[in-house]
Design a protein around this ligand. Structure first.
Ligand SMILES: Nc1nc2c(c(=O)[nH]1)N[C@H]1C(S)=C(S)[C@@H](COP(=O)(O)O)O[C@H]1N2
Ligand SMILES: [Mo]
Length: 311
């Protein structure tokens, strides 16, 4: 059973407040479904602690990559393609005030002021591995809230199967947008059940500080089991659609960058191996893990799919 299908039922019946208050239980239920038999057995024994521990798999105790590296070695083509461009060339980027427009197959469309939106959610710290498709990785302490909590408030219509995201288009403040580095605005998308997964967050902070412009201020997506390019930055639009939406890197090079972009050491990029990665700050390469090490929590989402063909 998919995570989304299970959670869809209570969502229709529970008010946002109740949902918010019962979030811990909700997480447990989500974990039980995603983790399958092991967690169910644990739940059966009434061992809620065991599920908490399993949920803890989403956290890593690996040493976070230093703040300096996380905020100066970036991909954000709106500011240029060099890793140093986003931090060096984003000084004129204005992120306050900021609003996010919600459109498409959802009950609560509209334009929302970011502070008012964020105030509704519990912002928590999530330390996640981040694996770029270019075969480097970091460990990043994010501050953010679960995208599922926002989606629950927005109430998708039954036909909605995918969530879309769009980055701000502001060439006067984003030098990379004044050149043809990518077709802008940058767009991304997730299947609704991926978007509803408890690991998927909208980040507003990094290292307990506000997000830097280079990291996607004031709000960006983080999906830790997918390649970094799915983590779209500086989001101004969120949509709900029935069909799989176009996504920027997939438009540019469909044979190199799939829609799903799940981290997969067994599927090489046409121009390089994905079997190992360079952790920023380390000398020896590490093995890349399926789903970036989050497989126990997310593999269930892709049951029955051929992950070589649907990369
Ligand atoms: N709008 C936008 N979002 C983006 C990108 C981009 O160029 N533009 N680059 C992506 C890529 S390739 C990666 S690896 C991550 C990098 O996030 P970080 O710089 O915060 O580590 O952002 C992603 N989000
Ligand atoms: Mo990336």
């Amino acid at each position: 059973m998919s995570l989304y299908r299970l959670l869809k039922v209570p969502e229709d019946e529970i008010t946002p407040e109740e949902l918010y208050l019962s979030r811990r239980q909700f997480m447990r239920a989500a974990a039980a479904v995603t983790l399958g038999a092991a967690a169910s057995a644990a739940l059966g024994q009434g061992a809620a602690d065991a599920v908490d521990e399993l949920l803890g798999l989403g956290e890593t105790d690996e040493t976070p990559t230093p703040y300096e590296a996380v905020t100066t070695y970036n991909n954000f083509y709106e500011f240029g393609y060099d890793k140093a461009d986003p931090s060096r060339r984003s000084g004129d980027f204005v992120t306050e005030p900021w609003s996010v427009t919600v459109e498409g197959l959802v009950e609560n469309t509209g334009t929302f002021a970011l502070e008012e939106l964020v105030a509704r959610f519990e912002v928590e710290r999530r330390v996640y591995r981040m694996r770029c498709v270019e075969a480097w990785s970091m460990v990043i302490p994010w501050n953010g809230f679960m995208l599922r909590d926002l989606i629950t408030l927005l109430v998708p219509k039954p036909e909605a199967r995918f969530v879309t995201f769009e980055t701000v288009y502001r060439p006067e403040q984003m030098p990379g947008q004044r050149r043809d580095l990518l077709p802008f605005p940058y767009v991304e998308g997730l299947r609704l059940d991926e978007a509803m997964h408890p690991l998927t967050i909208l980040a507003t902070g990094i290292y307990d500080k506000p997000l830097t412009n280079a990291n996607g201020a004031p709000i960006r997506l983080v999906v830790p089991w997918k390649y970094g390019f799915k983590g779209i930055k500086s989001i101004v639009k969120i949509g709900f659609v029935a069909e799989r939406p176009p996504t920027t890197w997939n438009i540019v090079a469909p044979h190199e960058y799939g829609f799903y972009a799940n981290v997969n050491p067994a599927v090489d990029h046409p121009r390089w191996s994905q079997a190992t990665e360079r952790r920023i700050g380390e000398f020896r390469r590490r093995d890349t893990l399926p789903f970036n090490g989050y497989g126990e929590l997310v593999a269930d989402l892709y049951e029955g799919m051929d992950l070589v063909r649907e990369f």
